[in-house]
Design a binder for this molecule. Structure first.
Ligand code: NAG
Ligand code: NAG
Length: 180
C-alpha cells in the first residue's frame, strides 16, 4: 500500500512546481548581454554572476576549435566545458572576439540566441541555447543563472580566423569541362 504515498506526495508538490518563476524580458536582456560579454569582454566576476558553479557547455563547434583541426585531438562529442571553473580557466586564456546578439527567443527557463561574431577575414554566425535556473538573492540584475549551454556555429570560418588554411582534397577536385 505504501506505493500510493509517492503519487500523493507528487500531487501535493504540483502546485508549487507549476508556480515556479519564469524568465521575464528583463531577465532575458540581462542574461543575453552578460553571455555576449563573456565572449567579447570576459571577466571572472561576470562569469560568477552569470553562470552556476555546476555550469556545463555542449558544443562540437567549440571542441573542434580546441581540437585545432586535429593538432590537439579531442573527443568531439564530449562536453566543451565541464564546470564554471573549467569555463573560466579556458576563457581567461582566449583573446576576446566581437559578439552581437541578433535574435532572442525564450520560454519559462530557456533562451535561444542567434548571434554574429564579426571576425576577420570570415564572419561567424551561431545559435546558442541557454538553459537557466532560478537563483534568487545572489545579485540584483536577474534572479536567474545559466547552468547549461548548447551551441553550434561555423567553426570552419572561426578556424580560418585563427590562421588555419583549408585545403580541398585533390582526389575530390571537380573537373569542369566547357564545350562549344
Ligand atoms: C568566482 O568564484 C570563485 C568560486 O567559485 C571564487 O574562487 C573567485 O574568487 C570568484 N571570483 C570573483 C572575481 O568573484
Ligand atoms: C545591487 O544593487 C546595489 C545598489 O544599486 C549595488 O550597490 C550592488 O552592488 C548590487 N549587487 C549586485 C550583486 O549586483
Amino acid at each position: 500500500m505504501k506505493i500510493f504515498t509517492i503519487p500523493a506526495l507528487l500531487a501535493l508538490c504540483l502546485p508549487f512546481a507549476t508556480a515556479r518563476p519564469c524568465l521575464s524580458q528583463s531577465d532575458v536582456n540581462t542574461l543575453t548581454t552578460h553571455f555576449g560579454d563573456l565572449v567579447s569582454a570576459y571577466s571572472q566576476k561576470l562569469a560568477n554572476q552569470t553562470l552556476t558553479v555546476d555550469f556545463v557547455d555542449y558544443s562540437e563547434s567549440i571542441i573542434t576549435l580546441m581540437d585545432g583541426a586535429g593538432t590537439t585531438p579531442k573527443a568531439l562529442l564530449g562536453m566543451a566545458f565541464t564546470s564554471r571553473a573549467n569555463f573560466e580557466a579556458q576563457s581567461s586564456a582566449q583573446p576576446s572576439v566581437p559578439f552581437q546578439v541578433q535574435n532572442t527567443w525564450y520560454n519559462c527557463d530557456t533562451i535561444t540566441i542567434r548571434w554574429l561574431s564579426a571576425q576577420s577575414p570570415q564572419p561567424v554566425v551561431g545559435i546558442s541555447v541557454l538553459h537557466t535556473v532560478y537563483r534568487p538573492g545572489r545579485g540584483n540584475s536577474t534572479n536567474f543563472k545559466i547552468n547549461e549551454v548548447w551551441a553550434e556555429f561555423d567553426s570552419a570560418a572561426w578556424l580560418i580566423d585563427l590562421g588555419f588554411t583549408i585545403t580541398p582534397p585533390s582526389s575530390k577536385k571537380r573537373e569542369i569541362v566547357f564545350e562549344a
